[in-house]
Design a protein around this ligand. Structure first.
Ligand code: DGT
Ligand code: CA
Ligand code: CA
Ligand code: ZN
Length: 571
């Protein structure tokens, strides 16, 4: 999606949600969603289509809808949605964030049980009033209750990608103030979610830095503004802490505020054992307070007799012992990645043509890219029928034969794993693909044994190359399905199935802990983006963040190999 179109897509979907909740009309919500999908798939900004008048000719965008888009893009507001919003209780839309709850359900909860907020829904579940609705039952009520818990537990943290976006913009805003500044904290450690953003700036003029900081346009509340520390809240609800430090303390401060807290505690204890003292200003000699190190992190680690420890490893998971023994892994990094094999195109639910995906992969210097559109039973994604799949294989053969590109294009598929573990295409067709990613997108709530069996059956198919987003979780909205990681990892090793590290920002699946687990089982990995637009190939950095937090080296991943080696692995 062209990123500038995001607000229009959200707007159209919100209109559809409200119309569906209030149930005034069956067809208009469908029309708005259809228009939203069209806008989402546009290669250029909506304003370009408004400018040349072609907006009215887009599929699904009739006069009524295009009028509203014009008003919204032109003025930043839309009367119609304001009215719609006023027509329902303000707490109602939040219910849509629950995994088990769509607009129809919200509508019924509102009309039939007069529920208007998350709190009221929770109470209604506790009092077993929800199960009394026609077609709901005990199971549904339990699942709604679980998703409330899940939503509440995760909604105060933010996606790493959101943190990156905001930190980059904020650092740009501050860029004139100092040549030395960085985002520290969990963002720098690349945790999957962040609680807030911590920024360190070197400056001898803290006042002007703080003035500039609180003038950031997105600030909604200034909590505190001092000489060395200020804190603000942004409109998104994200808090930012900024600290100004002296140049000779930059390393010590960065180290301290990068954390993790547990890593810091271990470091401090190590320092004490050596007759030293470590704090956010410096590493000093105890007793005399003589300055030992502090200008850079490396200086501090050096002085403590440690290898430099990458921020992703600073979680008190044995990294300090490994650094003392000189045994830290050389972590996998951006330059090691030779290709990306989980990519969707406009043949299914992606919004870029195959050629744009290839261009973007070439731009990144890859040796290969794999196209893996959805398979036939996935109706909502327009999964490819057998015939369409055949056609795509032919198309990609042609592209490779054309000699137009330096990199090789692989034709794969992201194939549905059916509830019984069977794959969505028959083996004849699977055998004609370069590789097969098997993914679970349905029946997430199977019992543990059943789900484990489902995954093992899928992996026992010799054509399965990769287990896609192995846990199915979506951060903040859906937890992992339950399965035995032990058994799945053992089978992956035996059957030589690669485990995906999916870098799609709301997936990050496998996560760091499971990567560490799987690596103990000698599994091999592949880092992918699951891109649905050519710009999303840049999400490889998130797959890398998880892999690095999981202590992986280039050797642990298949797609660090050149084309011919990679082919051998997936053969
Ligand atoms: P978050 O924000 O919840 O995602 O996680 P962090 O790790 O960014 O934590 P935050 O923002 O509370 O603090 C940033 C870093 O500052 C933290 O990783 C370590 C350091 N820090 C904060 N409070 C303490 C403390 O009481 N003791 C020590 N040793 N370090 C601390
Ligand atoms: Ca933080
Ligand atoms: Ca903080
Ligand atoms: Zn998928």
């Amino acid at each position: 999606m062209d990123p500038t179109n995001g607000p229009v897509v959200s707007l159209l979907n919100e209109i559809a949600d409200i119309l569906e909740i209030t149930g005034t009309d069956r067809f208009r919500p469908i029309a708005y969603r259809r228009a939203a999908r069209t806008i989402e798939a546009l290669p250029k900004s909506v304003s370009d289509y408004i400018a040349d008048g072609s907006i009215d000719e887009l599929p699904g965008v009739g006069e009524a809808i295009s009028q509203k888009i014009r008003e919204f893009v032109g003025t930043g507001k839309l009367d119609y949605i304001e009215k719609l919003r006023k027509g329902i209780p303000p707490g109602l839309l939040e219910l849509l964030n629950l995994q088990e709850v769509g607009p129809k359900t919200v509508g019924r909860l509102y009309m039939e049980l007069h529920i208007t907020s998350l709190d009221e829904l929770q109470r209604a579940c506790e009092e077993h009033r929800v199960r009394s609705l026609k077609g709901f039952g005990e199971k549904t009520e339990e699942r709604i209750q679980q998703s409330i818990q899940f939503y509440r537990g995760s909604s105060t943290r933010f996606l790493l990608s959101k943190g990156d976006e905001i930190a980059a913009d904020l650092l740009k805003h501050l860029s004139g103030m100092s040549g030395m500044m960085a985002a520290a904290g969990s963002l720098r450690r690349r945790r999957e979610t962040i609680g807030d953003i911590d920024i360190i700036v070197v400056s001898s003029e803290p006042d002007s830095v703080m003035d500039r900081f609180v003038s950031y346009p997105d600030v909604s509340v200034v909590y505190s503004k001092g000489e060395t520390k200020s804190s603000v809240m942004l409109n998104s609800g994200l808090q930012v802490d900024l600290r100004v430090v002296e140049e000779k303390s930059y390393g010590a401060a960065l180290l301290y505020f990068t954390g993790s807290k547990d890593h810091n505690v271990e470091l401090r204890n190590l320092a004490i054992g050596k007759g030293l003292k470590l704090n956010e200003y410096a590493l000093t000699r105890r007793g005399t307070d003589e300055f030992v190190a502090g200008r850079s992190e490396k200086d501090v680690y050096d002085a403590l007799g440690l290898q430099y420890i990458e921020p992703e490893l600073r979680e008190a998971r044995g990294e300090i012992d490994a650094a003392a023994a000189g045994k830290l892994p050389v972590l996998i990094s951006e330059k090691d990645i030779k290709g990306d094999i989980h990519c969707h195109t406009n043949w299914t639910d992606g919004s870029s043509p195959i050629e744009s995906m290839i261009d973007a992969a070439a731009e990144r210097g890859y040796a290969y890219i794999g196209i893996s559109d959805h398979s036939k039973s996935s109706k909502i994604t327009k999964g490819l029928s057998d015939e369409q799949m055949e056609k795509q294989i032919g198309r990609i053969e042609k592209i490779n034969a054309s000699g137009k590109y330096d990199l090789r294009v692989l034709c794969g598929s992201e194939v549905e794993i059916h509830p019984d573990g069977k794959l969505d295409y028959d083996n004849d067709l699977l055998s004609r693909l370069d590789y097969v990613i098997g993914s679970v997108h349905t029946r997430f709530n199977m019992e543990k044994d059943e789900m484990t069996g489902r995954l093992l059956t899928a992996m026992s198919n010799d054509y399965l190359t990769v287990l896609g987003h192995p846990t199915g979780r979506q951060i903040g909205t859906r937890g992992s399905y339950t399965f035995s990681a032990e058994k799945v990892f053992d089978t992956a090793r035996e059957k030589r199935v690669l485990l995906e590290i999916n870098g799609s920002p709301e997936r990050l699946d496998l996560n760091d802990q499971l990567i560490i687990e799987a690596a103990k089982h000698d599994c091999k990995f592949v880092l992918n983006t699951d891109a649905h637009h050519f710009t999303s190939l840049s999400n490889m950095k998130y797959a890398l963040s998880m892999a690095r937090r999981g202590w992986l080296t280039a050797n642990d991943a298949a797609n660090t190999q050149g084309y011919s080696e990679f082919l051998k692995i997936i053969a």
